[in-house]
Design a binder for this molecule. Sequence first.
Ligand code: AMP
Ligand code: ZN
Length: 471
Amino acid sequence: MEHPIAFYNTATKTVDPFETHTPGHVNMYTCGPTVYHFAHLGNLRSYIMEDILEKFLRSAGYDVKRVMNITDVGHLSSDADTGEDKMVAGAKREHKTVMEIAKFYTDAFFADCADLNIKTPDVVEPATNLIPEYIHLIEVLFEKGYAYEAGGNIYFDTSKLKDYYCLTGHKQDDLMVGVRDDVDQDENKRNPADFVLWFTKSKFENQELRWESPWGTGYPGWHIECSAISMKHLGEYLDIHCGGVDNIFPHHTNEIAQSEAYLGHPWCRTWFHVQHLNDKGGKMSKSKGGFLTVSTLKEQGYDPLVYRMFCLQSHYRKPLEFSFEVLDNVKNTYEKLRRRVLDLDPAGEVDQAVFEDFRGRFLDALGNDLNSSLGITLIYEVLKADTNDATKRAIIADFDRVLSLDLTVEKEEPKGEADGDLAAYVESKIAERAQARKDRNFALADQIRNELAEQGIVLKDGKDGTTWEKV
Ligand code: AMP
Ligand code: ZN
């Protein structure tokens, strides 16, 4: 490639030159959403950054094949195989079947992605599609001595690996990391870090989706899907694997364990992880409830691309705190920037030398561990450059193939949606606060009140409950 490209690699803890198994081609895998609820803005931060990673690699001349799974089975509320199945819990919450929930939230996810100009990966595979592949993979792990059966479930034996903790660098005896939030540790595991490949006899009697297997009727553990889906569509060598930092352990660690045990050779070169989006209460998460979504933004009159710009202005490896004040600033900046670009006169000839010079600088910025904020700064340099409008517009349109901020696209100003949607959002926050108070979690209750206040929504507690008004 003409321009040097290097990314931070979680596996080596250094910024490494980007290399691929087949020159010029990138096999890219992304952990997709668990479709038991709407994606929140934190999840979408990860997908926005992975989207510009993909588009940047394409713009730099690579032929990219990108695959993403949809988790619709097997992901329990604790990543260490305990708690409730997230999909079953979602179905119960909404009095629907697991498959109805999966379909609804998969569609909602891709609608959010469309609003944020996130391209759909070349292959999207729901986890429930490849059950025979998981069974085959587990059978091979048995043959090779990496799997064992205990209490009706099939586990991966992490003690069989020389370097199970290759991603995190933990010592083998730091075992409690794997079970840190567990109340009821799984007695069947030979080693605390072992993980479930296949559940049969388990406490999830109400699991709707079950399949026949050589070990009895059951369903797969969470991690196996990503190894099998990746290998099916991308073969034995993966170039780059992405996810949020919470995926590093145990999910990606377990993916490496089972994939390399199965393949008998190294699997993925580069591990790319996006830091979390936090709100005032810490990491934004679906299980906490009351999270912010693309619909929240639209209800409040924001163009979702303002949130995309908010994310691109910050480096993907730094935690990012969400606030409506900062989003308002970005909104102003975004609207002014779009106006300036749209006011450029497209008539005239593009100066190729200037175009190539800026294109090179842009690719260098993103090739330097995906420095997206420098990419945005360069737009301002283009606007100031000593060249004609047509050249500026062409350069910015080229950058925007990667940034996808619709900088050269005329569109209608976003309208705030019906008041009913805002009411539904505030009512859900009020219910969440009431629950927090019932749980005597007053810190959370205050936090919810303060967050609403920041959005201009004032709560009043009266004898008939809580009312609100927008000030
Ligand atoms: P999930 O739907 O929970 O499986 O998560 C989907 C993706 O979002 C995964 O790559 C997670 O690592 C990522 N993710 C979860 N929470 C956050 C957050 N607060 N900020 C950024 N990414 C997140
Ligand atoms: Zn995954």
